[in-house]
Design a protein around this ligand. Sequence first.
Ligand code: SF4
Length: 95
Amino acid sequence: MANLSHLPKAVFESYEWQESGACIDRSVEEFFLPEGLRTVEKSDHEAAAIRICGTCPVVRDCLQHALRARERYGVWGGLSADERAKHLADDSEAA
Ligand code: SF4
């Protein structure tokens, strides 16, 4: 059985910040890459999502959640999946 102890508790308070996100009325597809994008398209797609995150009042909560929950896909908290993976790898090397 998978260890899910790193995930926030499944209560509204754990996810309340999402109600204030700049992406609340955006489509999920804007933050998660469609399959088959070429590198340039991927970069443009992520950059557009990251620009939205740049206006978001809960960007810190979002990034904290994504890192803690080890969200593997999509843009969260102004970082791409690759950027978050690097951040986590750097943290584990420093520990
Ligand atoms: S930081 Fe980005 S992904 Fe997170 S809630 Fe805000 S707009 Fe949405």
